[in-house]
Design a binder for this molecule. Sequence first.
Ligand code: NAP
Length: 239
Amino acid sequence: MVTGASSGIGAATARRLAAEGFDVVVGARRLDRLHEVADPIGARALPLDVCDADSVTAFCEAVGGCRVLVNNAGGALGLDPVESADDDQWRQMYEANVLGVVRVTRGLLPRLEASGDGHIVVIGSVAGLEPYPGGAGYNAAKHGVRAVRQVLRYELLGRPVRVSEIDPGMVETEFSVVRFGGDRERAAAVYAGTTPLTADDVADCVAWVVTRPSHVNVDQLVVLPRDQASATRVHRRTP
Ligand code: NAP
């Protein structure tokens, strides 16, 4: 089960898990894009808005069994300082990145546990480890989901469900285009002069984490491009 699989990391993860032999189910809001990912790999595509409780309930009910849940849906909106922060953007980021993970995880937990070897993976971010100017709303959301992941790990201890977090640095996907409201030039500048991670690089991490033996729980995996040493320390080559 991969949420937010209509583009970027989620799409790459769905493809990679299908190649690893998993029976993949994907969810997202843009069904046309979701089918472009799902159909060629024989995955099942279901509509899903993680910000809408009814949508999450319908999604979870449509799923049969579930052994691995990859909570990937989310992203950032804007790069505004706190003094001019937009409440709606903060609310949307918290809804998708934090409550979305809570809703889908809660909905699928009985199936994950019943599988006898369940695994919940959360796609966090370097933004959840290190705040940066302008990042506050996204930083707060990714710090929030990190706390949820840690709490889940404690609460599920002794039950057959693993909990893992993967925290990527810069990955070139539609993430920055969405963050900057469709401004592709501003989005491209984020990666200028660097070699960022690709969505496949992160999918590779997901695949590794979920194919360890059942007694091995990778709690947290931080993965950055060589050109990035922290959220704000980025090496850029000049042309
Ligand atoms: P992306 O290409 O913009 O993909 C985001 C995905 O999330 C899309 O498939 C989108 O699908 C889905 N999504 C967003 N809101 C949703 C909602 N309410 N319900 C269901 N699906 C929703 O960006 P990405 O880089 O692959 O991002 C994937 C995850 O990685 C996010 O959690 C992001 O915060 C995290 N991350 C990204 C980076 C980076 O640099 N790219 C770094 C660290 C962490 P629909 O719009 O079709 O619903």
